[in-house]
Design a binder for this molecule. Structure first.
Ligand SMILES: [Zn+2]
Ligand SMILES: [Zn+2]
Length: 150
């Protein structure tokens, strides 16, 4: 279950520089995307802009399809095809990689009470008078044969 992501159709704010280098075209810059999701601690909805640095080289050389040269890392490479570069997979990868595994609404989010599920941030000092079952057992013991009263 993805707790965070970029909504389909969101506008990406691109700030990219295309540089002609010997091997091809170097794309570098940053992307700003609106991210939505929910806090992994308190489940509150989240929405913020994520800025991701991008740097990718698009090579002039076509990938060789003669089998032998096809390596595991072939998909890591990007190529200029018909004088066009396809930025979408590059940007998608960059954004997905930058998304947090455990998004939080804020760094010090205290999450939810494990007993009743309220937001702990809403009620400072919130706690329950729940006795540890081990102590409860001890109480029963001292209640029956009290060692202090004799
Ligand atoms: Zn939270
Ligand atoms: Zn509670």
């Amino acid at each position: 279950m993805a707790m965070i992501g970029v909504q389909e159709g969101s506008d990406m704010d691109l700030d990219l520089t295309l540089e002609a280098v010997y091997e091809g075209i170097l794309v570098s810059g940053s992307v700003l995307v609106p991210v939505t999701g929910e806090c992994s601690r308190c489940l509150d909805p989240l929405a913020y802009d994520l800025e991701v640095d991008v740097q990718e080289l698009f090579s002039y050389e076509e990938p060789s399809h003669d089998g032998a040269a096809a390596g595991e890392d072939e998909e890591e490479q990007h190529w200029i095809e018909h004088d066009m570069i396809d930025l979408e997979p590059v940007l998608r990868d960059a954004v997905v990689t930058a998304l947090p595994f455990q998004p939080v609404c804020r760094e010090d989010c205290q999450g939810l009470c494990s007993e009743c599920g309220i937001h702990l941030a809403d009620e400072p000092g919130h706690h329950h008078e729940v006795l540890d079952p081990r102590w409860a057992g001890l109480q029963g013991l001292t209640g029956k044969d009290s060692l202090t009263e004799s």
